[in-house]
Design a protein. Structure first.
Length: 155
């Protein structure tokens, strides 16, 4: 009986260690996707920005405007980049949590939008949250909510 209990305890511990290792890998995948997305925004690379989004993603910008669908979100970003070629957004995640069934993730952090032209002093920033979903083993953005807490321009 002692051997059976010891064996079951060992299996339980190993299972938990493996699960944590997988969650750590998932978190690293999301961090890498966020980094690539930030880099795409800096380059105004619309295809790179769209890459991690699912087709029906929902994005609520810092000014409260809501965009449903990847195409809608990319379209408004294109308009903003066309009218403000020096506009940049950066998201800095500080928490990423993976669901117990490894299909959803929650990310929260801070964001900042600003113009790089030093003659134009406008910026916005605040907190954001993102929901990620795993599709065919790849993490994709399902929704993002940005709240502008500091702003002298409503990006």
């Amino acid at each position: 009986m002692y051997k059976l209990i010891s064996f079951l305890l060992l299996v339980f511990v190993l299972q938990n260690l493996l699960a944590q290792t997988n969650k750590d890998k998932d978190i690293e995948q999301i961090k890498a996707a966020r980094k690539a997305s930030n880099e795409a925004i800096q380059k105004h690379d619309l295809a790179g920005i769209a890459h991690p989004m699912i087709e029906d993603m929902v994005c609520i910008f810092g000014n409260g405007h809501t965009y449903i669908g990847k195409d809608s979100t990319i379209s408004i970003l294109k308009q903003r980049f066309d009218t403000m070629p020096d506009l940049v957004f950066v998201r800095n995640p500080f928490v990423i949590r993976i669901s117990n069934n490894d299909t959803l993730a929650w990310e929260k952090g801070t964001w900042k939008g600003f113009r790089t032209d030093r003659k134009i002093r406008s910026s916005s920033g605040g907190n954001y949250a993102a929901m990620w979903c795993k599709r065919n083993g790849v993490w994709k953005t399902r929704s993002e909510l940005f709240v502008a807490l500091t702003s002298n321009y409503p990006f």
